[in-house]
Design a protein around this ligand. Structure first.
Ligand SMILES: NC(=O)c1ccc[n+]([C@@H]2O[C@H](COP(=O)([O-])OP(=O)(O)OC[C@H]3O[C@@H](n4cnc5c(N)ncnc54)[C@H](OP(=O)(O)O)[C@@H]3O)[C@@H](O)[C@H]2O)c1
Length: 292
């Protein structure tokens, strides 16, 4: 019997890379890791051609327009990739019998709560990126309600541009860094998210709907940066500043911590505490740099 096929879009991104690394131990599947050129969200003929020829059993959609601040001035392309194309992808998955796992964001939430958001809480995005991702969720559920949406937050990995890599560079270059201390969220190591996605597939269960997945515990960017400094052994001083002192093009919620009880209950996933996962990422980063 042929091996089940898993198509991963956005394969060169943080999550795509972590899925690729984990896939090396999963020999009973055939993986298709497609980057922006191979599977461009928004080029519908190309998307259809791939889906029609491969008819994957699962599609993990990691591709997205993720430049949160830039999105404020690139609304059209952001919506095309994160909203319109997601609806088209969901329709194609339905047509070809592909189970779709789509990744969304805590930025669908606004300044509504000060306790962890559950999947039933009302979304109210504060920026274009969050609004485009919410529109993508809605298009997806309309076209293919049998899909799984995983909302995650504050994603980092040893690869690519993210808060951890930016902080490590700043801490190398500067004696002092100032970091926002009045926005709360849950950092998520992309390797843990990748493991959660594969675990969903490996359980053999398929429970459609929206799920929250992030590392455990809530923190601020300031506390996150302090932990990066401490674990990496840097001598850089980390100082707290208010979000109002660090204006960005896109507004961000003060609190976007998500409740992960549903995914733990339904899929039996384990949620690692954020600081423990950060430690693993930093030691993997050292190993990666040593082998370069
Ligand atoms: N990063 C976070 O903090 C965060 C937080 C919450 C949710 N998420 C969600 O998690 C998912 C994975 O994020 P990530 O951190 O892995 O993002 P990432 O590192 O920015 O990767 C996104 C990938 O999508 C690709 N891409 C962009 N536009 C595309 C298009 N039109 N067609 C096909 N591919 C396209 C990019 O290609 P290139 O490599 O060519 O640019 C990139 O490889 C996304 O859905 C994101 O919205 C991320």
């Amino acid at each position: 019997m042929p091996s089940p096929v898993i198509l991963v879009t956005g394969a060169n991104g943080q999550l795509g890379n972590e899925l690729r690394i984990l896939s090396r131990g999963m020999n009973s599947f055939r993986f298709l890791f497609y980057n922006r050129e191979d599977f461009p969200l928004g080029e519908y003929d190309k998307m259809r051609t791939v889906m029609a020829s491969e008819k994957p059993d699962w599609c993990i959609n990691c591709a997205a327009y993720t430049a949160v601040d830039k999105a404020e001035s690139e609304k059209e392309i952001c919506y095309k990739v994160n909203a319109e194309a997601v609806g088209i992808l969901a329709g194609l998955c339905k047509e070809y019998g592909t189970k779709l796992i789509h990744i969304s964001t805590d930025y669908v939430f606004g300044n509504g709560k000060a306790s962890p958001y559950s999947e039933n809480d009302e979304a109210a995005p504060m920026n274009i990126y969050g609004a485009s991702k919410l529109a993508g969720e809605r298009n997806l559920l309309k076209e293919n309600p049998g899909s799984v949406i995983l909302r995650t937050s504050w994603v980092y990995s040893a690869y690519g541009r993210n808060f951890v890599n930016t902080m490590l560079q700043l801490m190398k270059d500067k004696k002092v860094v100032k970091v926002v201390s009045d926005q709360w969220g849950s950092p998520t190591y992309a390797a843990d998210l990748a493991a959660a996605i594969f675990q969903i597939i490996l359980t053999g269960k398929w429970i459609p709907g929206i799920f929250h997945f992030c590392n455990g515990g809530a923190t601020t960017w300031f506390e996150f940066a302090t932990a990066i400094r401490d674990i990496s052994g840097s001598n850089c001083e980390v100082l707290p500043i208010l979000a109002s002192e660090f204006p960005t093009k896109a507004a961000r919620p003060t609190y976007s911590v998500m409740n992960t009880e549903k995914i733990v209950r339904e899929y039996g996933l384990v949620v690692n505490p954020w600081k423990e996962s950060l430690g693993r990422c930093l030691s993997n980063r050292i190993k990666k740099n040593e082998t370069l």
